[in-house]
Design a protein around this ligand. Sequence first.
Ligand SMILES: [Zn+2]
Length: 117
Amino acid sequence: MDDGLKCPKCNSEHVYQDGMLWICPECAHEWNPQAEGGAGADAADQGVRDANGNALSDGDAVTVIKDLKVKGSSLVVKGGTKVKNIRLVDGADGHNIACKIDGIGAMNLKSEFVKKA
Ligand SMILES: [Zn+2]
């Protein structure tokens, strides 16, 4: 058995790597094992929840629920902006979602200001 990577959603072993991400062809889940701390880290419940209390996970798509100023710039992420393929991170300042937003680039968000799309 190699490192035994399985789909964290459906437990399928038929997963394959695409760049940084792993993809499960059976349930279409995509995730980044590095962001989860390596194989088997799925049991660690990071407990990141959106504004409605829904659990978020790597690869989810979310919608920003209010205008957010981007720190250190004059850019604003408008409420209603869709953000695909988020990554959960352990942001010391409460910014627990890493993502990339069209027109803005890579940034971190607080889960309390998004809802699961
Ligand atoms: Zn799966």
